[in-house]
Every structure is written in C-alpha cells, then in structure tokens.
Design a protein around this ligand. Structure first.
Ligand code: CTP
Length: 397
C-alpha cells in the first residue's frame, strides 16, 4: 500500500517530534518516498539532518530557500503528494490550518494539496480540551481532514491525559486506509473472524486451540486498505486492534456465533478465518475442579457450526485447516457449509502453521476451480483471497 507512494510528512513544534523521525523511517522502509517538512519550531526539537538521513531525500524547512531542489516547491510538493500527514501537529498548526494560513511550509503545503490530509495532534491535554482547539478540530473534520489521535497517557508535562501523539502503527494504519479509500472494496462491508475460542471447563480452565488469529487480522487489514468497512470478530488473544477496524471480542463459540450473526446483517462478505472450538464442556463446573488423584472425565457436547448456519445473501469464505487429505476434506466442506470459496491449508506443513507470519494455501471455489498459491506472507495470502472476494461480490450485485 505504501510502496512507491509519495508521502508528505509535516513535522511541527512538539517534543513528540522525535517520534516523527521513527515514522519517517518506517514509511521509508515500507517503500514510500517521504518528503519531510519541518517548521521552525520543529527544527528546535529535531534537526532536518535527522530526516534527511532517514528518508534519503531533501528535507524542506524554508519556503524562500533560493537553493531548493524544486522551483516552486510549495505547490510542487503539494501536487506530487499521494497523502500528507502532519505528525506531530501542534495546537498552533491546527489553528493555522483552520484559517487557511500559509505562513510556513507545512501549512502552505496542507493548503495547496488535494491529497488526503491526516493530522496527528500532540499537545497538553488542557490545550487539546480548550474550546478554541475543539472548534478548530470540528471545523477541519467537517472539511474532510482526518484526525488520528491524540492518545491518552503520560504527557510531557508529567500529567496523565489526552494529548499524546498516536503511536506509529496507528499512524501507518491511518495512512494505508486513506490511500486505499477508493480501492476495489470501497463501500463494501466485510466481516472477518479470527483466532480460536475458549470453552470453559471450570472458572480457570478451558478447551482451546492453537489458532493465533494472525491470518484473520491480516485479512482485516488488507480489506481496510482496499476501502472496505471491516468488522473483526475475534477470540481471546494479544494482537493489537488495527486502526480503522471495528473489533468485537468474544470468548466462546456460542458468543462468536451471536456476534457474527449480528455483524453479518447486511454485509457483503464473511471471511471465517477463526477456529471456533467444535466442542464445549457439557456441564462446566461452577468452582475450580480439585485434583483428587482419580481420573477426570469431561463430557463434551458439539457447538454450532457458525458459518454453515448462516444464510443471508452474502459471500461466504471458509478456511479448512487440515492435517491430512487436505483437498478432499476442503471440497467436502464447501458443499457441507454452503461456501462460495474455501482456503485450505495443511497446518502440519513447515511455515504454514498457526503462529507464523507465512502461509501455504490452496483456494478452491464452489465451481471446483483450484488455485495453489506459493508460500506467501499472511498479508499476501489475504490479498489473493480478497481479489476473489471483490470479484464475487461484484458478480452477485
Ligand atoms: N467453523 C465454524 N463453526 C465451527 C467450526 C468451524 O464456522 N463451530 C468454520 C471455520 O471458521 C472454518 C470452517 O468452518 O472457516 C472450517 O473449519 P474446520 O475446523 O476446518 O472444519 P470443521 O467443520 O470444524 O470440521 P473438522 O474439525 O471436522 O475438520
């Protein structure tokens, strides 16, 4: 999403400027061409050389620089940008933007660009909460400016509150979403499930499985980056919520079934990457089961098959995590569960298991067409799945 994209990074006066250096580095590593612009105040906190060294490109500070590599740099940068992000954005910069001022290179470029403009505020919570700032933010939002953050936490003043610069994963997610807003899933609503569920045996023990949720999270992110509105229903796990995605946390398969039933109303597609537990304890104990030295038998009863039970006119994609006879089992599941497509993988294959970042899968559609994909990252696999989903949604409409 960021490869080859021209991103203008406006850096304004805040101690959080040092974090913008890391953002410049992450954007550059992701393949973006970063044009950093520092205001005079920003250059008091960090040096232009920091950004020059990280982006390997000229850095702009002065709109009257006679030696600038660009003849008409203010307009040239604004025109070339695929997106502009101001991080950190001070209260003064937000006020400048509100009034359409162009008295420094950051404000001027923001005024001149037609690219999506993202603003990541960083300031003391009292400044953020001031009526003047709130009115400025509301006015900019109404004009389509995308605000990211601020986050809550410890502020430079030593107090706790709202005003921290959003973290770089959030800023990168917001940029990716803004860049992909017109993608092939724009206007589509996609529900993705991820991770395993946990079925209690007693208040401290449960039946679970090895699903990490990484495949479902990758699909959710890639769908967001293609313009979709994404709801991610996930079992317990430590993965951070990607920016711009509605997350619904569930514990058991029954809870997942409820959440997915609600989320899929009126959706365009369900991609069921989760591994809901197929069984639950028939009679979970109300108190912790004590060790007595004797055998313990836990009676299990089957859970609902979530995806098989859903009918609603949307595209249904299932996964088949198998340990043997992968294709035969996957074909059978398409018919049994009424799927449009299944993503089959042998979870015992090296580099294709649950917790890694790669996957080796075969896509099989309802017509029986089989596409074997090479070993790919989970994000690349997600894009192959979404290529098909986008086509299937269009075909249905
Ligand atoms: N699935 C579901 N509800 C369940 C179990 C599975 O919706 N209770 C979904 C999974 O999310 C996946 C697909 O069904 O998309 C296939 O899951 P899998 O575990 O491979 O199939 P099962 O039906 O559980 O069959 P088995 O465990 O016997 O292989």
């Amino acid at each position: 999403m960021l490869r080859g994209k021209r991103i203008v990074l406006g850096v304004t006066g805040s101690i959080a400027c040092y974090k913008a250096a890391d953002l410049a580095s992450k954007l550059t590593q992701a393949g973006a061409d970063v044009d950093a612009i520092l205001t005079e105040s920003a250059a008091k906190f960090v040096t232009p050389l920091t950004f020059r060294s990280l982006t390997l490109r000229p850095v702009f500070t002065d709109m009257f620089d006679p030696n600038s590599p660009m003849a008409e740099e203010h307009v040239a940068l604004a025109r070339a940008a695929d997106a502009m992000i101001i991080a950190p954005a001070s209260a003064t910069t937000i006020a400048r933007l509100t009034h359409g001022m162009a008295d420094n290179m950051v404000a001027l470029t923001a005024l001149a660009t037609k690219a999506p403009l993202l603003v990541a505020p960083a300031m003391d919570s009292q400044m953020w909460g001031n009526d003047a700032t709130r009115a400025n933010v509301a006015s900019l939002r109404a004009r389509g400016v995308i605000f990211v953050g601020p986050a809550e936490g410890r502020l430079a003043s030593g107090t706790m509150g709202l005003g921290r610069l959003a973290d770089n994963d959030t800023l990168l997610g917001a940029l990716r979403q803004a860049l992909g807003a017109g993608g092939d899933l724009a206007g589509r609503r996609i529900v993705v499930s991820a991770g395993g569920t946990q079925e209690p045996i007693d208040p401290v023990r449960y039946i679970g499985n090895r699903s990490s949720g990484k495949m479902g999270f990758a699909i959710a992110e890639q769908a967001r980056d293609r313009g979709a509105k994404v709801t991610l229903v996930c079992g317990p796990g430590a993965l951070a919520t990607p920016y711009g995605i509605e997350r619904v946390d569930v514990g058991t398969t029954a809870e997942m079934a409820d959440a997915i039933g609600r989320a899929t109303e009126g959706c365009d597609a369900l991609i069921m990457a989760a591994a809901p537990a197929d069984f639950r304890a028939a009679n979970p104990a109300g108190q912790k089961i004590k060790r007595t030295g004797a055998d313990l038998n836990v009676e299990l009863t089957p859970n609902v098959d979530i995806i098989a039970g859903l009918r609603g006119g949307f595209v249904k994609v299932g996964f088949a995590a198998e340990t043997e006879s992968v294709l035969v089992n996957a074909h059978a599941k398409i018919a049994k569960k009424g799927l449009d497509m299944i993503v089959a993988n042998d979870v015992t294959a090296p580099q294709a298991g649950f917790s890694g970042d790669t996957n080796l899968v075969t896509l099989i559609d309802r017509a029986g067409e089989v596409e074997e994909l090479p070993l790919l990252t989970k994000h690349e696999v997600a894009d192959h799945i979404l290529d098909r989903v986008a086509r299937m949604i269009s075909a249905r409409r």
